[in-house]
Write a protein of this length. Sequence first.
Length: 125
Amino acid sequence: MRSDAIYPTFIVTHLPPGIAGLAVGGILAAAMSSHASAVNSLASASTHDFYAPLTGRHDMGHLLWVGRWFTLIWTAVLVGGAIAFIGDRETPVVQLALSIASLTYGSLLGRTSSAEPGREHARWT
């Protein structure tokens, strides 16, 4: 049995129906919360950090409308990225997620470690 199928199998085979439903509901609620905050952050950053400064439009009603469209766009991008990994069923989910995260974290670590130590601190003092 794959390592990422152990807990779902346990829920289905060993828990009573009511408790199994609560466990599955809790897992889905946690996943939805994480994804909702990620999509909200992506849309907010796209709207306020890129769209507003580049276009010069700062009307809150317009930015709300643009933010909703960015939410749809980022959702489509994330769903497309998830669909791209459907065929890889042999790799555990945790290993796949960490390999994707290592692409961004590696470059972030390289950028941070290549900065001159103390330079930013001296500017603020």
